[in-house]
Design a protein around this ligand. Structure first.
Ligand code: 6PG
Length: 253
């Protein structure tokens, strides 16, 4: 596994997607054991999209699943499409099929974004209340996730912080709803301050089409609104990138 410095964090470059999924899944399991040993719970924010699916499947299978402290694991979503939870576009559905249906995680530990609510603002407010309750937060406190998994869009978005929408600048809420014109859809997303409050953030990116956004991220020449993924810099946490060789192909060596 090649290691590179990237955007203030560390990039781990696997030979292919299979090795990427294995290595990232092992890192998640290790973070889970460390968090539970230290604080009795592992608060993990999951990424949507397609890249993390194999990682989730590996966490649901031997040998890793036996190493996961499932009763103390709390799962959240970094973002969600505003569709029902059984919709083909639902990030919750993807995680349910790859992971939740196969592991002994208590139902109360699964903190789903209620994105089926036709009032997306109200859905975001409900999720914010769920975050505050499950982390035991006061009105001005931020949840401190042990680990946030993030993807990287071709346009440099992460979670649902899309470029050119001003989403990356939202700092007065833990999560919020936004209209993504180019996708003609509404999304709900964690805000950037929540991502940057995490103990660990891990991007997952694979495939040649992610080489350009990663190159731009490494160059650091774009504004946060132009490249929201580049604004993710945990204030007091680790930043990691789990990549395959194709995605890392334009990174400076
Ligand atoms: C989503 C994700 C989004 C995703 C990127 C990369 O809801 O789609 O949260 O930020 O991680 O678009 O998606 P892929 O992994 O499918 O390339």
């Amino acid at each position: 596994m090649e290691e590179l410095s990237l955007a203030g964090g560390k990039a781990h470059v696997a030979a292919d997607r299979a090795e990427l999924a294995r290595a990232a899944a092992e890192a998640v399991a290790s973070a889970a054991r460390t968090a539970v040993a230290a604080r009795g719970r592992f608060a993990l924010a999951l990424s949507g999209g397609s890249t993390p699916r194999d990682l989730y499947r590996l966490l649901a299978a031997d040998p890793l699943t036996a190493a996961m402290p499932w009763p103390a694991v709390h799962l959240y979503w970094g973002d969600e499409r505003c569709v029902p939870p059984d919709h083909v576009e639902s990030n919750f559905r993807m995680v349910r099929e790859a992971l939740l249906d196969k592991v002994p995680i208590p139902a109360g530990n699964v903190h789903r974004i209620p994105a089926e609510d036709p009032d997306s603002e109200r859905a975001a407010e409900r999720y914010e209340a769920e975050l505050r309750a499950s982390f035991g937060l006061g009105p001005l406190e931020l949840p401190r996730f042990d680990l946030v998994l993030l993807g990287l869009g071709l346009d440099g978005h992460t979670a649902s912080l899309f470029p050119g929408t001003g989403a990356v600048a939202v700092s007065d809420r833990l999560c919020f709803a936004l209209r993504v014109e180019k996708l003609a859809t509404h999304r709900i997303t964690l805000s950037l301050p929540v991502l940057n409050a995490a103990r660990g953030v891990a991007f997952l990116a694979a495939g040649a089409d992610k080489a350009e956004p990663l190159r731009a991220l490494a160059a650091g020449a774009r504004s946060a609104d132009e490249l929201p993924a580049g604004a993710v810099r945990p204030r007091d946490g680790e930043l990691a990138f789990w990549l395959d060789r194709e995605a890392a192909s334009l990174l400076p060596r």
